[in-house]
Design a binder for this molecule. Structure first.
Ligand code: PBG
Length: 342
């Protein structure tokens, strides 16, 4: 690691000359020496969408709903008004549209493709990001296609991810974010986009995506938990015990053409976020995932934690660790809180 910097202050004065509390005494001096800031522009809101008429609450994520397309437009309008630069779409796909080949993933009239077109028509200035992975579309809830043993096959999956990516780009998505963790997919997607003339479509790669139990509420929200059952994603997502592997994965995605990289989850992986930013110096994002949201929302609702203060502190810790942006279910609330306290 290239963190050779050693603070010289330790060899300077000590008490009573050094009184670090001097600078903490007043609000003005605390503000003057503040190193990091949070603003609406730091956030990206993940949104769950479904084909229903009404929005439906997600039980394990109090305050979060699966939105109808009408409500999605209302949400987009609020994000624009608050100054949140982008949202990220996650579809709830009805069982009858799931199959072994995830064909619905690249249906030009699929829910995500329709939502992209609608958003870009109504709010062209709002960044539209989409998830590239097959878990909402497969009957088994895995992010890719499986062989007879249940193993997720890499290269065949990448072919489908390429078709999915092209259909999102075709519909007008600004940013594609492959969250599947297949080998080589960034390079193949980039090449396919270039060949099809989508030279401006950005890729935000989920590069350091861990096999985390904190994704539980998300899988409830998109309805893949039941399909996945007792299955896990250990053969493609990174082992939580590793960190060098995350740097290697991220370096590969950069070499393959990623414009931005991501570490996921957030709080339990701040060390990874710090290393990725320090060592690779890319636009680096972090995903404050569903389980992290659920913990704060639950404790807040029980009166055990101050949800607002804890959420803003968690988000600030990600900025401090090096994040250039944060995907968070708090995007709207946090932007609102920041505006209130400004
Ligand atoms: C699917 C995907 C997942 C998340 C984002 N994209 C779940 C998973 O990998 O099982 C998790 C997001 C969250 O927990 O908030 N590829």
């Amino acid at each position: 690691m290239k963190t050779a910097y050693r603070s010289p202050s330790v060899i300077h004065a000590s008490y009573p000359h050094a009184r670090p509390r001097r600078m903490r005494r007043d609000d003005f001096s605390r503000r003057m020496m503040r190193e990091h800031t949070l603003s609406a522009a730091d956030f990206i809101l993940p949104v769950f969408i479904h084909d229903g008429k009404d929005s439906v609450p997600v039980p394990s994520m109090p305050g979060v709903n699966r939105l109808s397309l009408d409500d999605l437009l209302r949400e987009a309008e609020q994000l624009m008004e608050l100054g949140v630069p982008a949202l990220d779409l996650f579809p709830v796909v009805p069982t009858e549209r799931k199959d072994l080949d995830a064909t619905e993933a690249y249906n030009p009239d699929g829910l995500v493709q329709r939502a992209i077109r609608l958003l870009k028509r109504e709010f062209p200035a709002l960044g539209v990001m989409t998830d590239v992975a097959l878990d909402p579309y497969t009957v088994h809830g895995q992010d890719g296609l499986i062989d007879a043993t249940g193993y997720v096959v890499n290269d065949e999956t990448v072919e489908v991810l390429v078709r999915q990516s092209l259909s999102h780009a075709e519909a007008g998505a600004d940013i594609l974010s492959p969250s599947d963790m297949m080998d080589g997919r960034i390079g193949r997607i980039r090449a396919a986009l270039e060949n099809a003339g989508h030279i401006h479509t950005c890729i935000l790669a989920y590069s350091a995506k861990y096999a985390s139990a904190f994704y539980g509420p998300f899988r409830d929200a998109v309805g893949s938990a039941g399909n996945l059952g007792k299955g896990n994603k250990f053969t493609y997502q990174i082992d939580p015990a590793n960190s060098d592997e995350a740097i290697r994965e991220t370096a590969l995605d950069i070499a393959e053409g990623a414009d931005m990289v991501m570490v996921k989850p957030g709080l339990p992986y701040l060390d990874i976020l710090y290393r990725v930013k320090q060592e690779l110096r890319m636009p680096t994002f972090v995903y404050h995932v569903s389980g992290e949201y659920a913990m704060l929302a639950a404790a807040g609702r029980n009166g055990w934690l101050d949800e607002r203060a804890c959420a803003l502190e968690a988000l600030m810790s990600m900025k401090r660790a090096g994040a250039d942006g944060i995907l968070t279910y708090y995007a709207k609330q946090a932007a609102t809180w920041l505006r209130e306290s400004a």
